[in-house]
Design a protein around this ligand. Structure first.
Ligand SMILES: [Zn+2]
Length: 98
């Protein structure tokens, strides 16, 4: 590959990286909302696995993380999830009292 092609490939890679970083906050928000809604609705949000903190089995509902005795910030995560859902519902003009 000659220098011009390498430079062009580097520019394309850099452009993709910049676009990915610009979209990161939106993607993080979408992921957070997906998890919060899944937890609230009781639908599968992950694959079955073992908790990395305590080793307990975690089912597809992923609710173990909300009550893990080894996890830090359990109550703040619960409150945060409720707040995220409440704000999402209010922004969609759906009355919410969580
Ligand atoms: Zn655990």
């Amino acid at each position: 590959m000659d220098q011009r092609k390498r430079t062009e490939k580097t520019k394309i890679t850099l452009r993709k990286t910049i676009i990915a970083k610009k979209n990161a906050p939106q993607e993080a928000w979408q992921k957070t909302l997906r998890i919060a809604a899944g937890l609230r609705l009781g639908v599968g949000i992950c694959e079955s696995n073992n908790c990395v903190s305590c080793g307990a089995p975690v089912d597809r509902l992923g609710q173990h993380g909300l009550s893990c005795s080894s996890g830090a910030g359990r109550l703040s995560r619960h409150a945060t999830l409720n707040d995220i859902l409440r704000r999402a519902l209010v922004s969609a003009n759906v009355p919410a009292a969580l």
